[in-house]
Design a protein around this ligand. Structure first.
Ligand code: YSA
Length: 350
């Protein structure tokens, strides 16, 4: 039978050899429990035999056992330190940053083409002394039609395919709608301000459209209104002429033709000679040499009277244009529906 001392030597050999193979903390814990665990650890189990030894051997074996316990404890601590250092080094290596690598590019957003056009147009008018105002997109029948000289059941209403809100009118509240144009802001502005008035109103409009290449059900308009003493058609022409040349080029010609809008008298549509073919005729101008860009006219006396202005003292002109259509002309865009399809391949071009 092997002596207790020999068993201690054999235990040490196995323990040290096992310890050298260990690479992580979990295995190291198991190693410690196996050799030193209080309940079933191999060393404590052997030491249970110590009291059975003859008294003269007990001291020597006891010292050897204590030394082994210290060795195992020291071995454990050193291995733990080595494992932790190795893990830290791996982590550092994994998380290290190569500062010489080129940086990652961030995707930078840009303004929507309609916003760009609105800003370009607005800045021209701001330089001419106009203020920019904003108005509600949900409007009442009164501001969208009635106050603009378009009474209920008037055939002129057919010009604006209206989206009405499903709203109870039982208490005499005027029916609500999504504004079909920015012209209601003419009335709201005149109600709130005394002349002289020079404002432009960029904003969204809505119509019950069967959409096609030039019609959307949601689109923008930019309205303009000038009211003061002694404003004449010459002021309208001069202002819009200056605007057109600033936006489309200094050599542009303009043309006015009669048109009908119930809130102006006389009413006109304004065209510019085609900037693509210089008026000789091409695809952009449908071979006519002219491109229509807005409706305009002298503010109707009924409209002025409605807001309490005396049409014998004050006169004015107004105009309205679609920035998407202007953007289409400038950039050769063939379909208005591209603007709001959220397709980055289209939007990133501007
Ligand atoms: C006319 C005279 C004034 O003194 C003042 C304003 C006006 C404009 C009038 N309120 C109006 O809405 N006229 S309009 O129906 O011809 O629209 C004006 C512009 O809005 C059009 O020239 C077009 O550029 C744009 N537009 C109209 N319906 C559109 C549209 N753009 C895209 N989709 C639609 N469905």
């Amino acid at each position: 039978m092997t002596s207790l001392k020999e068993q201690l030597v054999s235990l040490e050999r196995h323990a040290i050899s096992d310890l050298e193979k260990i690479r992580n903390e979990q295995d190291l814990d198991e190693w410690r429990i196996n050799y030193q665990g209080r309940r079933n650890g191999q060393l404590p189990k052997l030491l249970e035999e110590l009291p059975k030894l003859p008294i003269e051997d007990r001291k020597e074996v006891g010292i050897a056992a204590n030394e082994l316990r210290d060795k195992l404890e020291t071995g454990y601590k050193e291995r733990l330190q080595e494992i932790r250092t190795a893990e830290l080094q791996d982590k550092l290596l994994e998380e290290s940053i190569d500062v010489s690598l080129p940086g990652r590019k961030h995707a930078i957003g840009k303004l929507h083409p309609t916003t760009q056009t609105i800003r370009e147009i607005s800045s021209i008018f701001v330089n001419l002394g106009y203020q920019i105002v904003d108005g509600p997109e949900v409007e009442s029948d009164y501001y969208n039609f009635e106050a603009l000289n378009i009474p209920p059941d008037h055939p002129a209403r057919d010009q604006w395919d209206t989206l009405w809100l499903d709203y109870n009118n039982a208490d005499g509240i005027r029916p609500l709608l999504l504004r079909t144009h920015t012209s209601p802001m003419q009335i709201r502005t005149m109600e709130q301000q005394e002349p002289p008035i020079r404002v432009i109103v960029p904003g969204r409009c809505y119509r019950h459209e069967a959409t096609d290449a030039t019609h959307e059900s949601m689109f923008f308009q930019i309205e303009g209104l000038t009211v003061d003493k002694g404003i004449t058609f010459a002021d309208l022409k001069g202002t819009l002429y200056t605007f057109a040349r600033k936006l489309f080029g200094e050599e542009r010609k303009i043309r006015f033709r009669c048109d009908f809008f119930p809130f102006v008298e006389p009413g006109v549509d304004m065209s510019i000679d085609c900037f693509s073919c210089d008026g000789t005729g091409c695809r952009v101008c449908s071979n006519s040499g002219w491109i229509e860009i807005m409706g305009a006219g002298m503010v109707h006396p009924n409209v002025l009277e409605r807001v309490g202005y005396d049409p014998e003292i004050y006169t004015g002109f107004a105009f309205g244009m679609g920035p998407e259509r202007i953007s289409m002309l400038k950039h050769g865009i063939d379909d208005i529906r591209h603007f709001y399809n959220n397709d980055l391949r289209f939007l990133e071009q501007f």
